[in-house]
Design a protein around this ligand. Structure first.
Ligand code: GLC
Length: 743
């Protein structure tokens, strides 16, 4: 009797306790209290993310009825306020989390993520994410679907533009920098928004570079390469992940309990939540992994996808699946609890409505300065014959050729969802306003648009170049040639751009090529026709001032490639941290043009018709000065498990231009229980040196840096000999070498 009385009193007090509304209560208690009050419908409602197609009474009624936990693409701040107020008027008043693709800046558009990776500057990447969060939060967004952490080794894949490149270490360091920028020190800070590590996992290995395609990744490769950046952000407090579209080894990632439960929850102890990618739960059906929506819901929820983006299989099927005993209500509580945990951490229960600042931060001078710095540091000087750049003072007239020089929208690149073209400063306008007073600027479109096959402008362009001292030719991709579902089988310059450059070269005037692109391209036929090549990616709002400052020598380029540039699509996949194979090609086994008389010699892993080497190496980038590396020293050459090696190298700016340099450290594990890559990036430092200045750059290597997942999936460092390299790129001719032994 007494027990029953106590139970009645307990449940009576519980039903009126407001622990979940107490900001001082422990978050886990708040979750537990709120779950105890929620109906099954309300729990399922939290797992539904809807796209706001249009604002109307039905949508508001659904929210008020507790059927929606989140929106994406909610449009303007008025919509968000209306939706949030409807949520606050629901029975339990659980606020919405509002998501948006804030991928590279918000209204101040930053360089695309692949370009930001080329800065090798974590602090600058963090600042970029921070200003993006400030602008997005001002307009009611409290969750971004960024950073994209897919390791990308295939430039045919349009989404390589959104990635941080081919290397797990660089992607990890920069991915962590991005979430620190988005999430700040604490998720409930005024300027913080929740980040989202995507697309979990292996999406970048999509077959043939065709988007949404099959990925086959052995577990050792999955853990040693593709999972690394996700593990890094998980260990650094990322709030959410997004499950991907791809089929991973036969199990789609949006219903893959190995990656979503065994790795993400059991091993990494991740306690945020996972949202599916757009309709990815529905796509389990065409994948042939679910026969209908009910089975799709059953497989996705039991694998650990907390929230369904846009499709509604959870809403339609979870109640039945629970009643049929196929889904455990305790698992539902766990899935919903993870969502509530992030909403509590974001402080949404205390501050559900956007706090509009007195003075808008959007497109502030400070934000544009960060965007410009990011653009400048992202640009990679690939060639500079005769040190032609920066343009010298004896140049009194410049031909600017190419409609890309004057196209505002194309500077922004893919996945720009909020930026306005009208806010972009183009290269043509920047050069005119900055230098138009003291040099003659002659402009010609050169091509109608980047993909045009018409040569109508060739003659006019040629005339303009003829009458100028030098030509700056803008070539590359428009903003639509990369991004989701925009893969290309050929990665050459689109349209007739190559013909145009070769035609202009006949004038024998010096040509500078500025390439705007969302991916590595092939342009080998042009390297002998031009003096300099500045690879500028898609630089964002401040594209023009950044390109202008570099071309005219206000600042030296310092970007380094975060991804390998192949000579030909035929070489793909081509990446620096490859295995050695049993027959590595010798330096002299370079490919020859098909049909040459010589009989190609030797039996090794190379091509008959193209050099096996890349056009440009991972980590490569020139400067307006020269950096000399010397005195590579190791504090010890033999280490045991708890030792560290202090590595030092002297870097000297031997030229006459102040510039930044990214000093890179690689190792090679010569023999392993699994074959090991010929090189692995384990450290980098970006330094600034004045002419003549030297600096001793220091790194620390510990046994932890030597670990990898072995054939039994143990994370181990194996005894044996290691090589260590330090230099300016992953090209062996740019590296000093030393060795050490792990006992
Ligand atoms: C898209 C993309 C994903 C994006 C999401 C929401 O399909 O795959 O990267 O965040 O849908 O727009």
């Amino acid at each position: 009797m007494k027990k029953i009385l106590l139970l009645i009193i307990f449940s009576f007090t519980m039903s009126f306790s407001q622990t979940y509304r107490d900001p001082n209560a422990n978050i886990e208690d708040r979750i537990h209290d709120l779950l105890s009050k929620m109906t099954l419908e309300e729990k399922i409602g939290q797992m539904q993310q809807k796209n706001l197609d249009e604002m109307n009474e039905n949508v508001l009624a659904e929210v008020k009825a507790g059927k929606v936990g989140s929106f994406l693409n909610a449009g303007n701040i008025q919509n968000i306020i209306s939706l949030q107020k409807a949520a606050l008027n629901s029975r339990l008043g659980i606020p919405l989390i509002i998501g948006r693709d804030v991928i590279h800046g918000y209204k101040t558009v930053l360089p695309i993520p692949l370009a930001q990776a080329a800065t090798w500057n974590p602090e600058l990447v963090r600042k970029g994410a921070e200003i993006a969060a400030i602008e997005a939060k001002e307009e009611g967004i409290n969750w971004t679907f960024s950073p994209m952490l897919d390791i990308s080794r295939d430039p045919r894949w349009g989404r390589i533009a959104e990635s941080l490149g081919e290397d797990p270490y660089l992607s990890s360091v920069l991915g962590v920098a991005m979430i620190e920028g988005f999430q700040g020190k604490s998720l409930n800070s005024k300027n913080s928004i929740a980040a989202c590590g995507k697309h979990y996992v292996g999406y970048g290995a999509t077959e043939g570079g065709r988007d949404y395609n099959t990925t086959l990744i052995p577990e050792s490769e999955l853990r040693n390469i593709y999972l690394k950046p996700f593990q890094a952000v998980s260990e650094n407090g990322i709030a959410t992940f997004m499950s991907a579209f791809n089929d991973l080894n036969g199990v789609p990632t949006s219903a893959n309990s190995f990656t979503l439960k065994t790795i993400l929850r059991d091993e990494w102890k991740f306690d945020g939540f996972v949202v599916s990618d757009w309709g990815a739960i529905s796509e389990l059906i065409p994948h042939g992994f679910a026969k209908d929506g009910k089975e799709a819901a059953y497989k996705a929820i039991n694998a650990g996808v907390n929230m369904e983006m846009v499709s509604q299989h959870y809403a339609y099927n979870l109640r039945n699946l629970i009643n049929e005993g196929k889904v455990d209500i305790n698992w539902i509580d766990k899935m919903v609890g993870d969502i509530l945990r992030i909403k509590f951490k974001l402080g949404l229960f205390e501050n559900p409505l956007p706090q509009i600042p007195e003075e808008s931060t959007i497109l502030s001078d400070f934000h544009k300065q960060i965007a410009k710095e990011s653009a400048i540091e992202s640009m990679v000087l690939l060639q500079n014959t005769d040190n032609f750049l920066p343009l010298k003072s004896d140049i009194k007239s410049v031909a600017i050729i190419g409609s890309l020089a004057d196209s505002q929208i194309d500077q922004m690149g893919c996945w720009n969802v909020e930026g306005k073209a009208k806010d972009v400063i183009t290269p043509l306008s920047a050069i005119k306003s900055e230098f138009g007073d003291n040099i003659q600027i002659n402009y010609c479109k050169g091509y109608e648009n980047p993909r045009s096959s018409s040569k109508d402008y060739f003659e006019k362009a040629k005339q303009i170049v003829e009458k100028s001292d030098a030509a700056i030719v803008f070539v590359g991709e428009d903003y639509l040639l990369t991004g989701e579902s925009h893969s290309r089988a050929f990665i050459n310059l689109p349209g007739i751009q190559e013909d145009l450059v070769l035609e202009l070269a006949k004038t024998n005037k010096p040509i500078v090529l500025v390439i705007l692109s969302g991916r590595p391209l092939t342009f080998g036929s042009l390297t002998n026709a031009v003096k300099s090549i500045l690879f500028s990616w898609h630089p964002g709002t401040m594209s023009g001032p950044a390109i202008s400052d570099i071309l005219f020598g206000k600042v030296s380029p310092s970007g380094k490639l975060p991804v390998t540039f192949p000579r030909s699509e035929g070489q793909i996949p081509l990446y620096y941290n490859h295995k050695n194979t049993g027959r590595p090609p010798a330096d002299n086994q370079l490919g020859r043009k098909i049909g040459t008389p010589e009989n190609p010699d030797g039996f090794a892993s190379y091509y008959l018709d193209v050099d096996f080497t890349p056009a440009y190496y991972f980590g490569f980038g020139l400067s307006y000065t020269k950096f000399v590396y010397s005195d590579l020293q190791l504090s010890r050459n033999v280490i045991t498990n708890d030792d560290k090696i202090d590595v030092s190298v002297k870097v000297t700016n031997s030229g006459n231009f102040e510039a930044k340099e990214t000093v890179q450290l690689y190792i090679r594990d010569l023999v392993g229980s699994l074959t090991r890559p010929v090189k692995e990036l384990k450290g980098f430092k970006k330094i600034n040196l004045k002419p003549g200045e030297s600096q001793i750059v220091r790194f620390e290597i510990s046994v932890h840096d030597l670990k990898f997942y072995d054939i039994n999936m143990n994370y181990v460092a194996e005894p044996g000999e290691f090589h260590l390299f330090v230099g300016s790129s992953s090209n062996k001719y740019d590296l000093l070498q030393a060795k050490f032994e792990l006992k």
